[in-house]
Design a protein around this ligand. Structure first.
Ligand code: KG4
Ligand code: ZN
Length: 349
């Protein structure tokens, strides 16, 4: 029985999974109501809320699963990347629970947890696989080696796609986090999209992503057109269309260059139906099998942390009492791009 804990940003999540893979508890408590007035995550508030919520969530997990704490065999906790304070609360909580019983703790990579949502069994992704993680903090492309080994191919050079969705939504007066609200509004659009960029976006590395120019262009567009009931759907669809077009343009190139058998796509933004449909069409045209995260598991959650924890436990990759090696990491291997820095090729466990 493994307890998964996720506190990398502003969601507090816990899950319980047994050795047969049965899910005994799986809950994500959103802190959106706390951060909404600020239009973004306030790290200090997020930490405090994690510290308050975790003990209550544990009690609820144990009572829902109808088990005693002593039945737990291991913990899995997100180690990073994420907000340092938030990660420390989750890791400290896991250590505090594990310490008296000397339980193993698996410190899991947030990025890999997003990719873990895209398949049930690692056998599904045998062959050459690419993994796209597209969220509020990341728009990164990986080569998935023997799971759970990944190697970064490219990344956003500025903002993540989710950041562009959230900031764009804020300009439209939509609540935080804006991605799902913007998608909902965009669905009502029946007019041609407004242009945000002139041709493909340039980056030094041709597979890197960039969203900051698009964000600025959207700001000017909103100033020019003005936000009203009649312009809102068109504006929302235009930003969503521009983000999707950029991702698809880069992924088209990536699929043509890398020629994978599989594409795995996870992270909060992968819940977006417009993007999902476009990625599905692209993969179909290239004869690549696509593994999209179920929409319910696209956002940060603890179930995929627990499932990845089981994978890593089986490989013996866990932290042992007194857990001195278990510390947070806040950035994914920035210099870990293929061929650039061979000494740091793969991200953490
Ligand atoms: O993976 P996630 O929960 O947290 C991070 O690791 O960042 O992703 C959150 C991001 C937010 O920017 C949110 O607006 C975006 O995912 N998001 C969406 C949708 N659902 C969540 N963006 C576009 N369309 C959606 N349906
Ligand atoms: Zn995430």
């Amino acid at each position: 029985m493994i307890l998964g804990i996720e506190t990398s940003c502003d969601d507090t999540a816990m899950a319980l999974v047994d050795s047969t893979g049965a899910i005994l508890f799986d809950q994500v408590l959103s802190q959106d109501y706390l951060h909404r007035d600020f239009g973004g995550v306030v790290p200090e508030l997020a930490c405090r809320a994690h510290a308050e919520i975790l003990p209550a969530l544990l009690r609820e997990a144990l009572s829902t699963a109808n088990i005693h704490f002593d039945s737990l065999d291991a913990m899995a906790v997100t180690r990073g990347p994420g907000l340092l304070g938030s990660l420390l609360i989750g890791i400290g909580f896991a250590k505090g629970l594990a310490f008296p019983r000397k339980l193993p703790i698996v410190g899991v990579d947030h990025i890999k947890a997003h990719l873990r949502a895209t398949f049930k069994n690692a056998k599904e992704i045998s062959g050459k696989s690419l993994g796209l993680v597209i969220s509020g903090g990341h728009t990164h492309l990986y080569q998935v080696k023997a799971w759970p080994q990944i190697e970064q191919i490219s990344q956003t050079v500025d903002d993540a796609a989710g950041e562009a969705f959230d900031k764009g939504a804020k300009l439209l007066g939509l609540p935080y986090p804006g991605g799902p609200h913007l998608e909902r509004v965009a669905i009502a659009n029946d007019r041609p999209l407004l242009p945000l960029t002139r041709g493909p976006i340039r980056t030094v590395h041709p597979l890197d992503f960039s969203f900051s120019g698009m964000k600025t262009a959207f700001f000017h567009l909103v100033q020019k057109v003005g936000v009203s009931e009649s312009t809102l759907p068109n504006l929302a669809a235009s930003l969503q269309g521009a983000i999707t077009a950029h991702v698809i343009q880069r992924m088209e190139k990536a699929l043509d260059e890398e020629k994978p058998d599989h594409l795995m796509v996870g992270g909060g933004v992968s819940a977006n139906m417009h993007l999902r449909d476009a990625l599905q069409d692209l993969c179909e045209s290239r004869n690549v099998s696509i593994h999209l995260s179920p929409r319910s598991l696209a956002r940060d959650n603890a179930l995929t942390v627990a499932l990845l924890g089981i994978d890593l436990l089986e490989l013996g990759q866990y932290s042992r009492y007194p857990y001195v090696d278990l510390v947070p990491f806040t950035r994914s291997g920035q210099d870990a791009r293929k061929g650039k820095n061979p000494s740091r090729k793969s991200s953490g466990p």
